[in-house]
Design a protein. Structure first.
Length: 202
């Protein structure tokens, strides 16, 4: 007869720092897999052209390829998110795309590949996204500045520009940024401010 072990029934102390560290590593691993899938797409298509041609036909073709890659690489519980994220890598701003589309967020701050923060209702909080590494962040930075006809590199390491939707973006890269590119996006409200919204925002 199997009896319960009293010691096993006792609660196990869990260090919150370990939980956060494990979650961060899981997200980094996810981003690395996504980068690998993105590289496979690069080998199949000219993504420099694709990212500038967001037609229904092109998106349909990319969607089919992404679905095939995701189904082959991942377990079912991760496929849906990976499918959407890879499309954001091709047509959007990678991990930042969901933040840009979130109307509750007024500011996005990136302090290197693994530190992303957002401002909601005047409160700064960690975002639930990050980049795989500096190269991943650098690729998205180049996409951001290219959309406004600018460049950012060691010769011109700072960019202050306005995105097509009216949002203000600031970018700093090496040699001024030592731990990876720094990005700040102050989003332009999509809805006109009225009295209720002004009260809501304080």
């Amino acid at each position: 007869m199997i009896t319960a072990n009293p010691a096993a029934a006792e609660s196990v102390d869990v260090d919150p720092a370990d939980v956060v560290r494990d979650a961060r590593q899981t997200e980094i691993d996810f981003q690395k897999v996504k980068n690998r899938l993105h590289e496979q797409l690069v080998e199949s298509l000219d993504l420099a052209v694709v990212s500038q041609t967001d037609s229904p036909q092109m998106r349909g073709r990319i969607t089919t390829l992404v679905q095939q890659l995701v189904d082959r690489e991942l377990t079912e519980d991760l496929r849906e998110r990976m499918h959407a994220d890879v499309l954001d890598e091709v047509f959007g701003l990678g991990p930042l795309e969901s933040l840009v589309q979130d109307d509750s967020i007024s500011d996005i701050i990136v302090n290197g590949p693994h530190e992303v923060y957002v401002e909601r209702g005047g409160q700064l909080e960690p975002a639930d996204v990050m980049f795989a590494d500096r190269a991943h962040l650098q690729r998205i930075v180049q996409r951001i500045v290219s959309r406004v006809g600018r460049r950012v590199d060691e010769v011109s390491p700072m960019v202050d520009a306005r995105l097509p939707d009216g949002s203000r973006v600031n970018v700093v890269v090496a040699p001024l940024a030592l731990n990876g590119p720094l990005v700040s996006i102050r989003k332009f409200p999509r809805h006109n401010l009225n009295t209720e919204r002004l009260v809501e925002y304080g």
